[in-house]
Design a protein around this ligand. Structure first.
Ligand code: NAD
Length: 316
């Protein structure tokens, strides 16, 4: 056992929340079968291994697998009989399999449904899911964020966050809401080897006292040996470059996912990196990556391969 207790996952404070979260967070979207089917015993075993290695932050959404991710995660936590104070739970509202609804009425009902599926009395974080899809960001500012702060007062969530792909949505909203009404942002696919643009936003977020969660360090499968699922929105140019980078690592007996995790974890201003996991092995590999030194030479080679597509993103 190389990962003995002393080498468990490091913890970082999530902004000003006082929450000490593992620097790797458990992205539960794969438990909703979005990257392929996951059996319930496999889901339980994966969550058990995550907890054992020090992962204490779990992120889900009613959107993932059309509520399946929340239900399966809730079942795992119940089966494992984990004390509620031993982990932090984040879910979302506003985005559903049937579409978007950021109204006060919908998000208020949504959190009750999520709590039921998760089998808990409160979540630590309730985030507004993919706000760029709101009819107008002003609805998020004027209606949804105040609604979530009411839910906070009612004890349904301890903290409030916003998520989405384009980085400019965060500044638009944070410039228009009272201090303390949004505690964190969740950005995805913008802090990895192929795209590190979130880095430029960090000084602004720090000045606002807003915590940073970065998701999808493997760029939703681009930076893996198996490559992305068919639905991946990247251009074929970006997909091909990432494939070439993965093959380069493989030819040297190395693994691109490990390098990608280490690259994302290096920035300590980012409290936690959310990675989607659906097997014991992935949990072990990702936690091990966090305690091993990064291969700087390999990073330079991969960065050179990805240079033509650096910071290329896609329409949301
Ligand atoms: P990711 O970049 O974490 O990639 C996940 C994929 O990589 C899965 O197929 C997984 O099986 C695989 N994988 C994980 N570890 C691996 C390893 N060591 N080797 C090889 N493959 C490995 O993308 P993601 O799952 O989309 O994002 C992570 C989490 O972040 C999500 O589950 C979700 O909780 C959150 N997220 C939120 C938003 C949002 O709020 N808008 C968007 C994206 C992601």
């Amino acid at each position: 056992e190389t990962l003995h207790r002393a080498k468990m996952l490091a913890k970082r404070e999530l902004g000003n929340t006082g929450m000490m979260v593992g620097c790797i967070g458990f992205g539960a979207s794969p438990l909703g079968n979005v990257f392929g089917a996951v059996s319930e015993p496999d889901a339980v075993a994966t969550v058990r291994e995550a907890l054992r290695l020090g992962i204490n932050f779990f992120d889900t959404s009613p959107y993932y697998g059309a509520t399946v991710s929340e239900a399966v995660l809730g079942k795992c936590l119940k089966t494992l009989d984990v004390p509620r104070s031993d982990y932090f739970l984040s879910t979302k509202c506003g985005r559903y399999a049937e579409g978007f609804d950021f109204s006060e009425d919908r998000v208020t009902r949504s959190v009750e449904e999520s709590l039921q599926r998760l089998g808990v009395d409160y979540v630590d974080i309730l985030q507004i899911h993919d706000i760029e899809f709101a009819p107008s960001l002003d609805q998020i500012v004027e209606e949804t964020i105040p609604a979530l702060n009411k839910l906070r007062k009612a004890g349904k969530t301890r903290f409030v966050g916003i998520t989405g792909l384009p980085l400019e949505i965060f500044t638009y909203v944070l410039d228009r809401v009272p201090a303390g009404s949004v505690d964190m942002i969740l950005s995805y696919c913008h802090y990895g080897i192929n795209d590190s643009t979130l880095g430029d936003l960090i000084p602004y977020l720090k000045s606002k006292g807003v915590a940073v969660i970065s998701a999808s360090p493997l760029a939703m499968g681009l930076l893996t040996d198996n490559g992305p699922a068919d639905w991946h929105p990247a251009s074929s140019e970006l997909k091909n470059a990432c494939k070439a980078a993965a093959e380069h690592c493989k030819s040297k007996g190395k693994n691109i996912s490990k390098l990608a995790m280490q690259y994302s974890l290096k920035n300590k201003d980012i409290a936690t990196i959310l990675v989607g996991m659906n097997s014991i092995n992935q949990v072990k590999e990702n936690v091990a990556a966090s305690v091993e030194p990064m291969d700087e030479q390999l990073l330079m080679e991969v960065e050179a391969i990805l240079k033509p597509v650096k910071n290329q993103t896609w329409a949301t």
